[in-house]
Design a protein around this ligand. Structure first.
Ligand code: GLA
Length: 402
């Protein structure tokens, strides 16, 4: 009791001290330029990290841009090509950030121009610390200089990480970069990546266009490995949480693993469906130059993408969990409703979507489209039943008859 009290007093004293300390001049900056309207729906693109980690080069990025443009990904709505960590090597004598000259000999501007020539947008990665997570130079103390450089190069999107940030305050650190980007003279999406550890839902919606909610995903159904988690572990961290996300402010449960090979086709369909229910940014993380038919079919399922990109921008929620069986529901613009019946078990399950989950009167007739089989059933009322594959989903769009 005594020591608890002592510890509490200690904490209060500490908080007082922090509050009273004069803030670093930069850290008091206000965001007076409004956030540009660059992500009215969740951003869609590709990022190098999940598949390639630090093995990035200008050839790889060009190849991915070619593939995005030629494969049908671009038509499906994907537009950002984002180089994650390890493109940067050093700073010059004036502090200007330099790309790795061996891996990017033509420079970042030429690469951005190439991506733009394909009708796509170009993104880079940096970090609010002195170094990135992979130990490359971070942007701490160079925020305005870096933002100006990005604008000159033609960068459209910045993923901004949180490694090696010491005692920095996250809201303040991200606000500085937001301000730098907004004053850079170019429209640049800000993707906040502090892994959900500083209550980003309280401040990130006004600072960035999207914010990570968890540690990193890795290509597995369920599991934990250092800082990374499987797809269902990440999902559980979003479930039953009332999301504050909406247009230009999306909660990001991390990038997609579809096509990376360690989950089954059924599991990847579940991954894509559930990310769409969450209104998650859809950032592919595979090698788009080598996609098999299932990978492309999943990533370009236009009915599922339409749910993700629904203009109402209201994320869905898990509304029922009975052991391994779950029902997810998401309201859509115009009165349609998206629903997912999710079977996490290892055996097929007979599941039912009942109208009370959809807040529809039991006798209300609705047309139902199965978004994977494409089967349409008209005039259904009361409930919609189906057999859900192990680790699979049935995802439907419900259109109540008017
Ligand atoms: C962190 C991020 C990842 C990735 C790596 C790069 O772990 O959360 O998404 O950007 O850093 O080093």
């Amino acid at each position: 009791m005594h020591s608890l009290l002592r510890r509490a007093t200690h904490v209060i004293a500490l908080v007082g001290l922090v509050a009273a300390a004069p803030a670093h001049a930069h850290e008091t900056l206000k965001l007076d330029t409004p956030k540009p309207n660059l992500a009215p729906t969740p951003p869609m693109g590709w990022n190098s990290w999940n598949k390639f980690k630090c093995d990035v080069s200008e050839q790889l990025i060009r190849k991915q841009a070619d593939a995005m443009a030629a494969s049908g990904m671009k038509e499906a709505g994907y537009q950002y090509i984002v180089i994650d960590d390890c493109w940067q090597k050093s700073r010059d004598a004036d502090g200007n950030i330099q790309a790795d000259p061996e891996r990017f000999p033509s420079g970042i501007k030429a690469l951005a121009d190439y991506v733009h020539s394909k009708g796509l947008k170009f993104g880079l990665y940096s970090d609010a610390g002195v170094q990135t997570c992979a130990g490359r130079p971070g942007s701490a103390g160079h925020e305005f200089q870096d933002a100006r450089q990005y604008a000159k190069w033609g960068v459209d999107y910045l993923k901004y990480d949180w490694c090696n940030t010491g005692t920095r305050n996250a809201e303040a650190a991200y606000t500085i970069m937001a301000k730098a980007l907004r004053e850079s003279g170019r429209d640049i999406v800000l993707s906040i990546c502090e892994w959900g550890i500083n209550q980003p839902e309280r401040w990130a919606p006004k600072v960035g266009h999207l914010w990570r909610t968890t540690g990193d995903i890795y290509d597995t159904w369920e599991g934990k490995k250092d800082w990374s988690m499987g797809m269902t572990n990440i999902l559980d961290l979003q479930a039953e949480r009332e999301s504050v996300a909406g247009p230009n402010a999306w909660a990001d449960p991390d990038m997609l693993e579809i096509g990376n090979g360690n989950m089954t086709t059924t599991e990847y369909e579940s991954h894509f469906s559930l990310w769409a229910m969450l209104a998650a940014p859809l950032v592919a993380g595979n090698d788009m130059s080598k996609m098999d038919a299932d990978t492309l079919r999943i990533l370009t399922n236009k009915d599922v993408i339409a749910v993700d990109q629904d203009p109402l921008g209201k994320p869905g929620r898990r509304t029922l969990k009975e052991g391994d069986l779950e029902v997810w529901v998401r309201p859509l613009q115009g009165g349609d409703i998206a629903a997912v019946l999710f079977n996490r078990s290892k055996t097929p399950a007979d599941m039912k979507l009942t109208w009370d989950r959809l807040s529809l009167p039991v006798d209300k007739k609705a047309d139902i489209k199965d978004l994977w089989s494409k089967k349409v059933t008209k005039g259904v009322s009361g409930s919609y039943a189906g057999k859900v594959a192990p680790h699979g989903v049935i995802m439907v769009r419900v259109t109540p008859q008017r």
